[in-house]
Ligand binder design. Sequence first.
Ligand SMILES: [Zn+2]
Length: 180
Amino acid sequence: MERAVEGVCYTVTRKKVKNLNLRVTREGAVHVSAPRRVPLQEIDRFVLSHKEWISRARRRMAAQAGPGIDQLYTDEECLKIFASICSRWYPCFAAVLPQKPEIRVKEMRSRWGVCHPAKGYITLNRRLIGYPEPVIEYVVLHELVHFLHPDHQAGFHAEMAKWMPDYKERRAQLREGGYG
Ligand SMILES: [Zn+2]
């Protein structure tokens, strides 16, 4: 049986199990197996309490599945996730960047992100949604640093290393993705 709770769609199967079990398939679909006696409202609550876990699992599956899986996400969902990551990192730059940059999402062929310092916004490639969060964070920070350093000279790398000491490892994961 199909259910939806606060934007999370899932399938419930009644089984002879003791507890509620949650599983995310390779395609990003959410399956719950539940004992017969557990009411649907309780299953909804269980799914909701695992919302973060589900989005992490979906992103992990997407990363393994490779290109194309990002089509499971709408632009709005991508934007929400990217913007929340940007909001987490912006405070590091608030002193030098009085206005929090606006995030825009676009499908791009050859770039993960573009910074538009004069216009105050960052465009991110929606395909990033298929990567683990630390990798998306790397791209967001990279574009934020471009507000201070438009090129990739020593100053840029020093700023990256200051906030994200492992940024090179994160960047390497991005390249392993095979489409950038
Ligand atoms: Zn750059």
